[in-house]
Design a protein around this ligand. Sequence first.
Ligand code: ZN
Length: 158
Amino acid sequence: MIDTPKYQALLENIKNQYDKHITIKIVNDINQFCKQHGVNIGNHSPFSPAIALKPRTIVIASQIDKDSPIERIERCGFKNIVEQLRINDVDFLIHLLLHELAHLLNNWPQEHECDCDKWAFEEMRKLKQIVKYDLNDLEIYDTANSFLIRSKKWRKTK
Ligand SMILES: [Zn+2]
């Protein structure tokens, strides 16, 4: 299980690279959140760990089980690259966030799941050039504090 709040600063930082006006909400229960806010989630999977709500909100579950989202990404044909998400929680979360950003920024509805995944992988590649983070450097992302070290470096390299 991924403990999403631990990575909130990282997610905010990446989101701000795209659109500062988008709000990230980390919630215990996405379906309940949507019900409470009168949002009709349509054919969105009830097991999905995140949802993009127009115009500018991304809701992410506070506890994420990676298995079913990874299966979905595999079904879109990203068989090799998905391994990176399986072994690295940070990469998984970044991809998840970028996938939701893809819905909002490109105005792509639910039917564009695979397009959103593809866009997210492409953006991850670009981000890695900016952030220059090492995929295998897992310990860097282990704590909220060590991410701060990373984000300073990020600002420097931009
Ligand atoms: Zn989606």
